[in-house]
Design a protein around this ligand. Structure first.
Ligand code: TYD
Ligand code: MG
Length: 457
């Protein structure tokens, strides 16, 4: 006889407790515990399960005898997405795509479904009606013979249709709108999300059909629902960007079938998402005349070298407390760099408002941008423009020293490829590096003061 049991789940992190709690001991959020029904069928004990002869079991196999075919990945028709997935979709994998509302998750996957011409796709949406999806598809351009749409929130119905249609790829938009009758918890609750994901995982593994899940994120940016969701799936992709700006970054935060340092860059257009294959060119705006406060830094996004424009504005503070404000960069790190400039170089910034902006709405936390930030701030402070043919790639230490950064050669190569004529790096970075192979002048310094003396003479 099935016994009904209820448990309280934290809606933020998925921790559970037999009684209600005001503050979650696991994630520290207040008032997130909700009672959910967990039907527990009287399960057979461990002993009975393994003694049951009728059960079909997997057999232990020697590792050398396993058949493994790495070439069976399904191509998505989008180079950026393929790369982010580690070289295409792995059959039978479960991929979770998270991101804020309105960032373009539905667009990304619908576009993928439409682009895969030879692959039969089923796009099941619990968020939008078929007309709404169709309207979206009109904007992207519908030219797909093998893309099926389904507006449904009952997981059992979706799986029934999938069993009949036999798609090559199944897309679920979104996992939080699905429900299964097996448990009584409400739609979108932790237990429902977990149960549905579990079933979809089973479906993926048994039929070898890859399943994409769209997941909402909570206010901390984590995928809403329990962490267990991230443990269950094979791959977790994060779709990020500023909703008001057009650039989007697709980042891998977990991948059982590839590297997590890959990423894809997209631009949201009227007609859907466009792949940005050469991000540096769009992140650096063409400059006319001399403009102080702008410095170009060579950073890395995942494995990709990227040159971005760092804009700073230093102006005398009119009110008591000077402002320090950043977009796309950690304000604490900015404060540290300002302290270094003040203490080690004697630049009086304490009575100045300072604004720092990473152009293009990109968020970076690469210390290799330190030097470009310091240079940009001094350039704005003294109103001396930095020539647009110069870029920077080095970390600045607390002692005012210029420190080495990782993968300097790919940064220098990218700067050279984009036509910069000089790059400022750390002396410690270029030991043993043959500089003659780069088509750019590499200027190496070990002290910020020396680099500034050279740059601003
Ligand atoms: P959507 O994919 O619905 O976001 P999500 O599923 O992550 O909530 O995309 C929402 C935004 O994208 C919406 O504000 C409109 C914009 N958009 C375009 O700019 N161009 C397009 O072609 C499409 C389809 C959407
Ligand atoms: Mg959506």
């Amino acid at each position: 006889m099935a016994k009904t049991k209820t448990t309280f789940y934290c809606q933020n992190c998925g921790a559970n407790s037999p009684k209600w709690l005001g503050k979650c001991p696991a994630c520290g959020e207040w008032n997130t515990y909700v009672e959910e029904v967990v039907s527990k069928s009287s399960s057979a004990s461990e002993k009975e399960v393994w003694q049951d002869e009728s059960r079909k079991r997997n057999k232990p196999t020697k590792i050398q005898e396993l058949q493994f075919d790495n070439h069976r990945r399904i191509e998505t028709g989008s180079g950026e997405l393929d790369r982010t997935l580690g070289g295409g979709i792995v059959p039978g994998s479960l991929v979770l795509i998270g991101g804020e509302p309105g960032i373009g998750k539905s667009t990304l996957l619908l576009q993928m479904a439409i682009q895969m011409k030879t692959v039969k796709t089923l796009y099941a949406s619990g968020e939008e009606s078929l007309e709404q999806i169709r309207m979206r598809a009109e904007r992207i351009g519908i030219d797909a013979e093998n893309c099926y749409l389904l507006a449904e929130t009952a997981l059992s119905d979706i799986l029934t249709h999938a069993a009949q249609l036999k798609p090559d790829v199944l897309i679920i938009d979104s996992i939080q709108t699905l429900y299964t009758d097996n448990i009584e918890a409400s739609v979108g609750s932790i237990s429902q999300v977990r149960e549905c994901t579990g079933k979809l995982m089973k479906y993926a593994k048994q039929t070898n059909v890859p399943v994409f899940l769209i997941g909402h994120v909570n206010k901390d940016g984590a995928i809403a629902g329990p962490k267990v969701l991230e443990h269950m799936v094979d791959t977790v992709l994060q779709f990020e960007g500023d909703r008001h700006l057009s650039y989007r970054i697709l980042r891998t935060s977990k991948n059982r079938f590839g590297s997590t340092s890959e990423l894809g860059i997209y631009e949201m257009r009227e007609s859907g998402l466009r792949e940005v294959t050469n991000p540096s060119e769009v992140l650096i705006s063409p400059r006319e005349g001399f403009l102080s406060g702008v410095a170009i830094g060579a950073t890395l996004e995942g494995n990709r070298p990227l040159l971005i424009e760092v804009q700073s504005l230093v102006s005398p503070a009119t009110y008591g407390n000077p402002q320090r404000s950043t977009t796309g960069f950690d304000v604490k790190r900015l404060n540290m760099l300002l302290a270094v400039l003040e203490k080690r170089l004697g630049i009086r910034l304490s009575a100045q408002d300072i604004f720092l902006n990473m152009a293009g709405g990109i968020k970076v936390n690469d210390p290799a941008l330190d030097l470009s930030i310091c240079a940009g701030i001094y350039s704005s402070f003294d109103d001396i423009a930095i020539p647009s043919s110069i870029c920077f790639s080095a970390e600045v230490g607390l002692g005012g020293e210029i420190r080495a950064v990782n993968r300097i050669e790919s940064r220098i190569t990218e700067a050279a490829r984009l036509g910069f004529s000089q790059i400022y790096v750390s002396t410690h970075n270029i030991k043993g590096v043959d500089l003659s192979k780069f088509d750019i002048e590499v200027k190496a310094f070990s002290k910020l003061a020396d680099a500034f003396a050279d740059l601003f003479n």
